[in-house]
Design a protein around this ligand. Structure first.
Ligand code: GLU
Length: 403
């Protein structure tokens, strides 16, 4: 594994002298990292003439490398197309992958992820003059292009293959070329990628602007490399907390027209399962407050909910709830406002007299048909802290799951 080279690599060592030989100082090479990234996704990462990629994914990778002790000029960039990412990681060809790489259950069987560091949603790119395609349901008999090995291709195959004709290419740039020359009618992948291409071809291409999935981008590492995963997770948190995340988004996506969601909550230990606690062993007040969290949430009693939340993290929790509750998504139509949601506490683990975590599951009802792909169930993990005798919810993480 290349990351091993990081340890003490700048040290000046001495060669062990054989009998009578002179002892020569050896200056070891500075540490390097090999990063898998896209070379042709405007706004996220486009390879520059100087051999360095530019964009939000490139900034994220560079920031992480910096936190791992590797300077930008010592990063070795390797192209990672959609269908190459798992292979690049598991062969050891790259140390990590930052390449619009959605965390999915299927991929988690092959690789490990740190993050998420960004949330996007699958959408459609069409020619400006196209009047009849707005949503994937409109693809009836039309041809849609996406990249081989992408979750976008999986989604079209799974949900729309009976209507749409699917064409897959190695990269989205090829799909965009096909769209411009009329070979295909639409390109489908994450809105953030499509926005970058639309900005490159103003007046020619447009994003329809109806996200129909949620894509959580993770940094891929070799399966089971928990140590690197934890260090990258920490780096992502720092990038969000110190303002670098927002700066990079503004610089790289600010003019693309992409409606960027706030930074996602970064998982603590994504590969570690938190077992549901034994309810009989818990502080009864903890159980009662946790149930009240679900009850106020379900009643949309936000004032009551706020009473149960740590004041210093109330805003973060609010942002997350807004981000994960489709009814509050301004890009969706008014008919979703009638959808109902129910949060159920599925487990509580008390880790000390004053700390605990709970798991909750949220499902939706009364969803209009055209939005059914968008409303996934949500698993929440909440962190509870007892202060001055009162339990409060101090942080929350969420994850979309298939119902
Ligand atoms: N985020 C999706 C994926 O990981 C689509 C973008 C891509 O292919 O990089 O498959």
């Amino acid at each position: 594994m290349k990351a091993v080279r990081l340890a003490g690599a700048i040290a000046v060592g001495l060669t062990v002298a054989a009998c009578g030989e002179e002892v020569k100082p050896v200056v070891q090479q500075p540490p390097t990292l090999t990063v898998g990234i896209k070379f042709d996704q405007p706004g996220l990462s486009v390879m520059g003439p100087d051999g360095r990629p530019r964009g939000f994914d490139a900034d994220t990778a560079t920031y992480i490398a910096g936190r791992l002790g590797v300077a930008p000029e010592h990063i070795i960039w390797r192209e990672a197309r959609s269908d190459q990412r798992e292979q690049l990681l598991n062969s050891g060809a790259v140390d990590f992958v930052v390449a619009s790489y959605s965390i999915t259950a299927g991929r988690q069987e092959q690789v490990s992820f740190a993050g998420p560091y960004f949330v996007a949603g699958q959408d459609l790119l069409v020619r400006q003059s196209e009047k009849s395609i707005e949503r994937p349901e409109d693809l009836n008999g039309r041809t849609v292009c996406t990249a081989e090995g992408s979750s976008s291709a999986d989604k079209i195959r799974k949900n729309f293959a009976s209507r749409a004709k699917l064409v897959t290419r190695d990269t989205y740039v090829q799909c965009v070329g096909d769209l411009i020359n009329g070979t295909v009618d639409a390109v489908s992948t994450d809105d953030v990628i499509l926005a970058g291409f639309a900005a490159q071809h103003p007046g020619t291409l447009r994003v329809t602007g109806h996200r129909f999935t949620r894509e959580r981008y993770g940094v891929g590492v070799r399966k089971g490399n928990i140590d690197l995963q934890a260090r990258i997770t920490q780096a992502i948190r720092m990038m969000i907390d110190d303002g670098s995340w927002r700066r990079s988004i503004a610089e790289n996506l600010g003019t693309s027209g992409h409606r960027t969601l706030p930074p996602p909550p970064v998982f603590n230990a994504p590969d570690k399962e938190i077992a549901p606690g034994d309810l009989t062993q818990l502080d009864p007040e903890l159980v009662q407050i946790t149930q009240s969290i679900a009850a106020t949430f379900n009643a949309q009693d936000w004032e009551g909910f706020q009473q149960l939340v740590c004041p210093e993290t109330a805003q973060d929790i609010d942002d997350l709830v807004i981000q994960y509750t489709p009814q509050y998504d301004r890009t969706l139509g008014p008919e979703v406002k009638a959808a109902g949601f129910t949060k159920t506490i599925t487990g509580i683990t008390q880790t000390s007299p004053d700390s605990a975590t709970y798991l909750a599951h949220e499902s939706f009802s009364n969803i209009p048909d055209k939005y059914r792909h968008y409303f996934k169930d949500i698993d929440y993990t909440g962190t509870m802290v007892r202060r001055d005798g009162a339990w409060k919810l101090c942080s929350i993480a969420a994850d979309f799951v298939e119902p």
